[in-house]
Design a protein around this ligand. Structure first.
Ligand code: RAT
Ligand code: ZN
Length: 434
């Protein structure tokens, strides 16, 4: 039975003044807590995997590739340097000898600004002293509070040795941090995955016979029991096809989808990366390519009982993704990923999504790797999402329907936390507790 909701409100509650509307949207978007649905940040208990401070911020791979556009230093010499030496070089090249115009450099400025540090400093002495003097746990709380992030989803890779070591001996005890189970090696490099799994004692055969399928299912079951992920995830190349006649297709059908089904887990697909385009840049050397959205549509169509989160790396795929999401309600578009996380493109994608999907999408994730990146990534995202949302409400107003404060709050909450919480079954109170 459908319960009718009363949509009428007192005239006094309607925001009919444009500047009041702009202010109300800005305030709501700035203060509503967000669930960061995809990051590479870990809490301090993860030891060396917890990255923070100016040296980690400046040696972010986004900045490393930009530095090589403004220095003559060879890649080989760069990789021989210590982390502090690399950070000094990045600072000199991008912040002292050049104006920090790019999004990644502007992000560093936002972080320094948040802590009252000098963005024109000739060196890193002041910033290093500041970050070194912080108590780790208090600093973590402060950063999450400044960024307005209530919950963080980590990327947990069962094929990574450091990660395996951590989970074998400990548990994550910070309730703000949630796990996600990353399956890149399994689905993108089967020979290497086989070697790693064999080293871990699994009895598997390259042809994926029945007992190998059972071993792989058992492996995933154990990881799910160990880390309690909110979803499983994989990044995929631009050439990803589904259906296909390769090992990835068989692994998806025989191992991944049945596991998702059995555990009631969504599968997040991050499509369009071209790994190692310039190997000399190491982790900064990945590129992107336009993918075929039809592969995702087939997955959604063949598996109507499963839920998919999806993001594409190419700008050209964004409109198609919106149209696919209109056709498949088991598909949730999320984020403006990596090379798309620039103001002009975030603005374009967010407006496109609002126009085609209303509030039924997840506008952004940070992809942060270093703690303080939460501050800039969310400060910048909130400002653009706010401007895009204001445009939508203003258009509505010009066409004859004003909104209320409560409606704005409802829409923003839905996009910042509600869509994700209900998609993955995260209790709502966790999303709102800061
Ligand atoms: O945005 C990034 O930091 C990339 O290096 C990748 O981590 C990407 O987000 C991924 O999860 O593969
Ligand atoms: Zn990522």
């Amino acid at each position: 039975m459908i319960t009718l909701m009363d949509n009428r409100v007192a005239r006094s509650q309607l925001i009919t003044d444009r500047s009041e509307l702009r202010q109300q949207v800005e305030q709501t978007v700035t203060t509503t807590p967000v669930i960061d649905v995809h990051t590479h940040v870990f809490p301090p208990a993860f030891g060396g995997m917890f990255l923070q401070g100016i040296d980690d911020l400046l040696t972010y791979h986004y900045l490393i590739s930009e530095t090589f556009r403004s220095t003559d230093l060879s890649h080989e010499r760069f990789w021989l340097m210590t982390k502090a030496e690399r950070a000094d070089l990045v600072w000199q090249a991008l912040f002292v000898e050049n104006t920090p115009l790019s999004e990644a450099t502007c992000g560093i400025i936002s972080v320094l600004d948040a802590f009252g540090l000098d963005p024109r400093s000739p060196d890193l002495a002041e910033a290093r002293a500041f970050f070194r003097s912080q108590n780790r746990n208090e600093h973590l709380d402060r950063v999450l509070q400044i960024a307005g992030v209530s919950d963080v989803v980590m990327t947990n890779d069962p094929f990574n040795e450091r990660e395996t070591l951590f989970w074998n001996g400990a548990r994550n005890d910070d309730a703000r941090f949630h796990a996600s189970l990353r399956l890149d090696l399994l689905l993108n490099d089967w020979p290497e995955a086989m070697q790693t799994l064999t080293r871990q004692g699994l009895r598997i055969d390259g042809k994926l016979n029945n007992s190998t399928v059972s071993e792989l299912r058992r492996f995933l079951d154990e990881w799910i029991a160990r880390i309690d992920p909110l979803y499983m995830a994989v990044s995929l190349p631009a050439e990803f096809k589904f259906p296909d006649d390769d090992m990835r297709d068989r692994l998806i059908r025989k191992v991944v989808l049945p596991t998702a089904r059995e555990h009631g887990l969504s599968l997040a697909l991050m499509i369009g990366v071209r790994r190692g385009v310039n190997p000399a840049l190491r982790s900064a050397g990945d590129g992107m390519g336009r993918a075929d959205v039809k592969a995702l549509e087939r997955l959604c169509e063949e598996n109507p009982d499963l839920k998919f989160l999806a993001t594409f790396l190419s700008r050209e795929n964004q409109h198609e993704l919106c149209v696919s999401a209109r056709k498949f309600n088991n598909l949730m578009p999320f984020g403006c990923w990596w090379f798309l996380n620039n103001p002009s493109i975030v603005s374009e994608i967010t407006r496109e999504r609002l126009e085609l999907l209303g509030a039924s999408f997840i506008p952004q994730h940070s992809d942060a790797r270093v703690l303080e990146q939460f501050i800039y990534k969310w400060r910048h995202a909130r400002s653009i999402i706010g401007a895009s949302l204001y445009e939508s409400y203003d258009r509505l107003l010009q066409n004859g329907r004003a909104v209320t404060r409560q409606e704005i709050a409802r829409d923003v909450e839905r996009m910042f936390s509600g869509n994700f919480s209900s998609w993955v079954g995260l209790p709502q109170q966790s999303a709102t507790a800061t």
